[in-house]
Design a protein around this ligand. Structure first.
Ligand code: NAD
Ligand code: ZN
Ligand code: ZN
Length: 346
């Protein structure tokens, strides 16, 4: 079967022909129908040797939807041909967090040479992918694979981040979303569907602001020197109750803390490598709270899939054949993808 493999750190992934895996034990083989391309794939491809704990080579692709193709001898809980979306963060499978479906915060994460499917373990940029057990699958019945695949990360991560802030986002509250790409445009829709707050969007591309508007944002603006002031005015003057930063550079973190009202909360999702200095007393708003959400728990994947099935979420996708993965990666790198690039086996 074909697979897009990372073989050397810092070099582009290579298309390869590999053996189709055979599911052993409780494993399940999934025939891939769509795999989202995440900005994190670029961070992985570009990583210097030793930065990530993964062993090379492995197949990329951590946002995957498809159909169950075969079950290992001890597998149960899914049927052949069932449409599924992968729960991608694979933990140790044995600790309390993993037992509760919170593999994203596995207690043994520091000791594992992977973070999940396509992140140190063979993922979904291939014709087939094997998952450790049916526990890593959620039914995608009622959704196309192209819509379902991005839910496994762009959808789940945004949903998990919003879940942590929802208590601050009642009627009259304001949320600011920075970075309206694959994750950000779904965050705007999730805020719209699950909270009563006003949603303000920030990006560096006009095209992304148009996507924010289509996703239900009340207002969008380019990142400029006076953006914090503009957002405060649009948010009713007091400042934002919550900021979701899907970029995570020093300039976006400064914007986030500059726009929050006292008691405001910041969720940093983007892996932009920026830093924020905490001093007390200092310039951060009093009562400021910070979270660093990583992916999300399995129960929330089922919730975000249900939300999509209800019609409240629409992933804006650009489709590429799997054989064009290098072009898709190049377009994402140049900021040319609208919404999510999705690779479809050809
Ligand atoms: P994307 O490339 O699809 O979208 C990023 C968006 O941010 C683009 O619209 C871009 O124009 C915009 N942007 C870039 N610089 C900006 C700036 N300075 N100010 C405002 N907007 C700016 O990326 P994505 O796939 O949505 O991922 C977003 C980030 O989240 C990446 O860093 C990715 O690695 C990270 N991520 C984290 C998790 C997690 O679990 N924490 C999960 C998935 C992705
Ligand atoms: Zn991702
Ligand atoms: Zn664990």
């Amino acid at each position: 079967m074909r697979a897009v493999r990372l073989t050397v750190w810092g070099e582009p992934p290579v298309p390869a022909d590999v053996e189709r895996p055979v599911p052993h034990g409780a494993q399940v083989l999934v025939r891939v129908e769509a795999t989202g391309l995440c900005h994190s794939d670029l961070h992985v491809i570009d990583a210097a040797p030793g930065v990530l704990p993964y062993r090379l080579p492995f197949t990329l692709g951590h946002e995957v939807a498809g159909r169950v193709a075969a079950l290992g001898p001890d597998a149960d809980g899914v049927d052949v041909d069932e449409p599924v979306v992968l729960y991608g963060p694979w933990g140790c499978g044995a600790c309390g967090r993993c037992a509760a479906g919170w593999d994203n915060y596995c207690d043994r994460r520091d000791t594992l040479p992977w973070h999940g499917a396509g992140l140190g373990r063979d993922g979904g940029m291939a014709d087939y992918v094997v998952v450790p057990s049916a526990r890593q699958l959620v039914s995608a019945d009622g959704l196309t694979a192209e819509q379902a695949a991005p839910l496994s990360d762009a959808g789940l991560t945004s949903y998990h981040a919003v879940s942590g802030l929802r208590h601050t986002l009642g009627e009259g509250a304001t949320a600011v979303v920075i970075g309206i790409g694959g994750l950000g445009h779904l965050a705007v829709q999730i805020l719209r569907a699950t909270t009563a707050c006003r949603v303000l969007a920030v990006d560096v591309r006009e095209e992304a602001l148009a996507l924010a508007e289509r996703s239900g944002a009340d207002f969008g603006t380019l990142l400029r020197a006076d953006t914090a002031r503009v957002l405060r005015t649009r948010g009713g003057g007091a400042g934002a109750d919550a900021v979701l930063d899907f970029v995570g550079t020093t300039d976006t973190l400064a914007l986030a803390t500059g726009v929050l009202r006292p008691g405001g909360e910041l969720a940093v999702v983007g892996s932009g490598g920026g830093s924020l200095t905490v001093t007390k007393p200092g310039v951060l708003p009093p009562g400021f709270r910070l979270s660093l959400p990583f992916w999300g728990p399995r129960p929330q994947l089922a919730e975000v899939v249900a939300l999509a099935r209800s019609g409240a979420l629409h992933v804006e996708t650009e489709r590429f054949p799997l054989s064009a993965a290098p072009e898709a990666i190049d377009r994402l790198r140049r900021g040319r993808v609208r919404g999510r690039a999705v690779l479809v086996p050809d």
